[in-house]
Write a protein that binds this ligand. Sequence first.
Ligand code: SAH
Ligand code: SF4
Length: 383
Amino acid sequence: MAVNLLDFDLEGLAAYCESLGEKRFRAVQLYRWIHQKGESDFEKMSDLAKSLRSKLAGAAEVRGLPLISEHRSADGTIKWLFDVGDGNAVESVYIPEEDRGTLCVSSQAGCAVGCRFCSTGHQGFSRNLTSGEIIAQLWFAEHRLRRGTDGERANATNDTRVVDNVVMMGMGEPLQNYAALVPALKTMLDDHAYGLSRRRVTVSTSGMVAMIDRLREDCPVALAVSLHAPNDALRSELVPLNRKDGIDALLDACVRYLDKAPRDFVTFEYCMLDGVNDTPELAHELVRLVKGRVPCKLNLIPFNPFPASGLKRSPRERVMAFARILQDAGIVTTIRKTRGDDIDAACGQLAGEVQDRTRVHERLVRSPVRVIRREAPRQETKA
Ligand code: SAH
Ligand code: SF4
């Protein structure tokens, strides 16, 4: 099969061009055509040497992802479903806001972590996406919207950037697909490609400690950690991989990450589940856990229900009360606005199409999460 040029960051493309006997500056030209202009036809890359164009023809291609469907929400959110072969599909979501456009990108077909409250987790895991399949989501969204004629952005011209913020919060656990993730991140950041600042690219993780350390060395972008609980007993029920490292080690990794991070805080995401993790006692326990230890912001996400989860969204007043306790303790706390829920594009609703080889869904429904309402605070289980 032809080499997919979307698989390469600039270094990779330069090495590939060198293997064809071409100089590095040719790779820069090619990279700019692909990512800045959205061009996939080598013949149209007019200032690219004829000799390179003919070497590329047949040997290489710019292979995007086949689009299965596009859904547009009343609030302007757009969800795309892409075919990644073998019956699997992944989703990306574009969220326009007043001052910026955010793209939520998938990293895997399915997810092996299997969080109780996540529709992707219930689908099981099929496979990692390649770097090309990760960056193809941005390549597609950026150039489709830029060329769009139906006013996604009133002032969009052919060269105005449309996506100025990327969050790795679609399907999959990005740090479980590290080797493919990093070149894709590098292309997002590269001035010859999308030129996003490191603050405008966020990796969201369920908390893989060793990989957080590697990301800090290889490509420190903004970090979001899906915490969801202030103690190990509850977190291990909600996010099974917590059993491996535990919260203590996770928070230490967050502190180490901040040495190199483009922002001076980590964002903790906390999905508000009715009667599970939303009590005032747990809010106080969360304050005790992070305050003075990890510079952080808290982002409370109203749970987006899906039938198989057996869980419910916390009532608005409980979310507000939880937020108030954190804010009163001096922790900057936001409540995420739910966008695109009329097209099932909200956080955790991305299900795509996953040929579930792990049968995780059956395991999850056989042992549903205990819905508990505690009167007394849980004991912290810090080691
Ligand atoms: N695997 C990564 C990134 C993808 S999930 C991670 O877990 O961080 C992106 C965010 O959506 C995470 O914070 C996740 O906890 C949250 N999420 C998952 N399912 C959800 C649901 N049903 N409702 C609201 N948020 C959800
Ligand atoms: Fe995977 Fe993230 Fe969903 Fe957990 S919340 S199952 S880590 S995608």
